[in-house]
Write a protein that binds this ligand. Structure first.
Ligand code: HEC
Length: 213
């Protein structure tokens, strides 16, 4: 009984000390100061266990390697992801340099990392739902449907093997920035008006005329 009380008191003291540190503003939230290795591992562990559990029932479609999927994914990747995750032939972006955690560079990541069914389900879940307190958005909130998410997963599988020229060709052959998946395939070819009204917001930020360091 005495041991139990001492243990409970110890935990209480730790909680009070932690709250005092937070209240005093001693926990650094700056994105240019990395987490301690322990905190980093804890966050990583939490993220991977959560994604793993919640993506258990996600079943990748059989046609992930279909060129049509990859073609559709290319334009959306270029418009919505490349500023953070980079692309072949593209300089590391200012946005990516400043982010913490830093978004993985999919143009250089080994192709085999995206090959297993589990990894595809994991990527689907992350793209659809995003990751809290990181810069990774929940693309379902931006109107990307499940088929559109699978198109992106399909494109991520081929991306690391693409040269800058092949990448450009894939993006140009794509329908550009469209949120639909399979259904968009049956729509008429894109015109200027078909594109997302905010497409200009995806221009690389260093093209802004008033941008000076
Ligand atoms: C504003 C920046 C930003 C944009 C835009 C963005 N991401 Fe991310 N993404 C991140 C960050 C940051 C992480 C890492 C999150 C973490 O480690 O907790 C991430 C992680 C991921 C992961 C998990 C990587 C892994 O293997 O651990 C996938 C998959 C992903 N993003 C896909 C995409 C796709 C596809 C798009 C475009 C539709 C996209 N992201 C757009 C910032 C971004």
């Amino acid at each position: 009984m005495k041991k139990l009380l001492t243990g409970a008191l110890g935990i209480l003291l730790l909680a009070v000390a932690a709250a005092a540190l937070v209240q005093a503003g001693c926990v650094d939230v700056a994105a240019d100061t990395p987490h301690s290795p322990l905190v980093y591992r804890l966050i990583e562990w939490t993220r991977e266990r959560s994604v793993d559990r919640q993506s258990q029932d996600v079943a990748p479609p059989a046609n992930l390697a279909e060129p049509e999927r990859i073609r559709r994914g290319a334009g959306n990747y270029d418009a919505m992801c490349a500023d953070c995750h980079t692309a072949p032939g593209r300089e590391d972006s200012e946005l990516r340099k400043g982010l913490y955690p830093q978004p993985p560079d999919f143009s250089r990541r080994a192709a085999e990392s995206g090959d297993s069914g589990r990894e595809n389900a994991r990527r689907f879940w992350i793209i659809k739902h995003g990751i809290k307190a990181s810069a990774m958005p929940a693309w379902s909130r931006a109107g990307v449907d499940d088929e559109g998410v699978w198109d992106l997963v399909a494109f991520l599988k081929v991306l690391p093997g693409l040269s800058a020229e092949d990448y450009r060709r894939q993006v140009e052959s794509s329908d550009g920035h469209r949120h639909g998946g399979m259904n968009a395939q049956h729509s008429p070819p894109p015109t200027g008006a078909d594109r997302h009204p905010s497409a200009s917001a995806h221009e690389p930020i260093h093209h802004h005329p008033a941008h000076a360091h």
